[in-house]
Design a protein around this ligand. Structure first.
Ligand code: CP
Ligand code: NVA
Length: 310
């Protein structure tokens, strides 16, 4: 048996992303008719979560169920992992039962270790470094609003989070320019910047990291942000709010610097009044609810794509 295909960072080629997004579009158009329904019959998918989740957990459970499969939600503290069983032993055993594993982990090294010993595909459902499932949904959403990806300008304002790291990989792969504006010390992961610059060299896109949010937002097609206090960073909350506010908040004033038809995106959960104002997130340019919905369609497409390859 060949090695299974895992998605831990954003390990796709450009054509593969297009194929997954096209399938996601068809699944979205056909959700209730069920013409495309199925594909996961008699298949089980384990969903391991070491951190809280609303969107990822529910969208994966619904996606698997709607495709005819069996989702098995496993909170990490209910597994023997919490009592010290090795990750590699857990991976070997679960691989004997299920057809794929979706895991949200505290430390990225944990999912790398899990994947090393898993004989079925492993999908990262968010680690401290990457969030590939979010970014597939984000790309579907951007394509829906803008009709294309290539040549767009993405402005990321605020913390260089796991979502930002993954968007850097996706933007540079798909030929979008991405400007990240963050205070010193809150830049994206250097490994992601390095890889994005390599990919940008191939696609011809531009990657810029700046401390100036107005420069990043200038003429942007898409303005994105994320919480200033990601899961696991709660102890730094006060210090972080001092670093980010008021300059890095996405508000109406900042949106004026973007193109007139720019959209606002956020992976959610949002802390209203911190990284984004009510006016923007509830306003006419907000794409966040479509973005959240698209988690479901892209996760279905991703599962079908990966399972057809293994
Ligand atoms: N965007 C996202 O992954 O949300 P959850 O933490 O609710 O899953
Ligand atoms: N950066 C956030 C994303 C949540 C979906 C976090 O890691 O908490």
């Amino acid at each position: 048996m060949g090695r299974p295909r895992h998605v831990l960072e954003f390990e796709f080629g450009k054509d593969e992303v297009k194929e997954i997004l096209d399938l996601a579009d068809r699944l979205k158009a056909d959700r209730r008719l069920g013409v495309l329904g199925g594909g996961l019959e008699k298949r089980s998918v384990a969903l391991i979560f070491e951190k809280p989740s609303t969107r990822t957990r529910v969208s994966f459970e619904v996606a698997i169920w709607e495709l005819g499969g069996n989702p098995i939600f496993l909170s990490s503290n209910e597994l023997q992992l919490s009592r010290g069983e090795a990750i590699k032993d857990t991976a070997r055993v679960l691989s004997r039962y299920v057809d794929a594993v979706v895991a949200r982990v505290l430390r990225h090294e944990s999912i790398v270790e899990f994947a090393k010993y898993s004989s079925v595909p492993v999908i990262n459902a968010l680690s401290d470094l990457y969030h590939p499932c979010q970014i597939l949904a984000d790309l579907q959403t951007i394509r829906e609003y803008k009709g294309k990806l290539q040549g767009l300008k993405i402005a990321w304002i605020g913390d260089g989070t796991n979502v930002c790291n993954t968007m850097l990989l996706a933007s540079s792969l798909m030929g979008m320019d991405m400007w990240v504006a963050c205070p010193k010390g809150y830049e994206p992961y250097e490994g992601a910047i390095k890889r994005a610059r390599e990919l940008a060299g191939e696609s011809g896109s531009r990657i810029e990291i700046t401390t100036n949010p107005l420069e990043a937002a200038k003429d942007a097609d898409v303005v994105m942000t994320d919480t200033f206090v990601s899961m696991g960073k709660e102890a730094e909350r006060e210090e972080r709010l001092r670093a980010f506010l008021p300059d890095y908040q996405v508000n109406e004033e900042l949106m004026k610097h973007a193109k007139g038809d720019a959209i606002f995106m956020h992976c959610l959960p949002a802390r209203r009044g911190e990284e984004v104002t009510d006016e923007v997130i509830d306003g006419p340019r907000s794409a966040v609810w479509d973005e959240a919905e698209n988690r479901l369609h892209t996760e279905k497409a991703l599962l079908l794509y990966l399972l057809s390859k293994s």
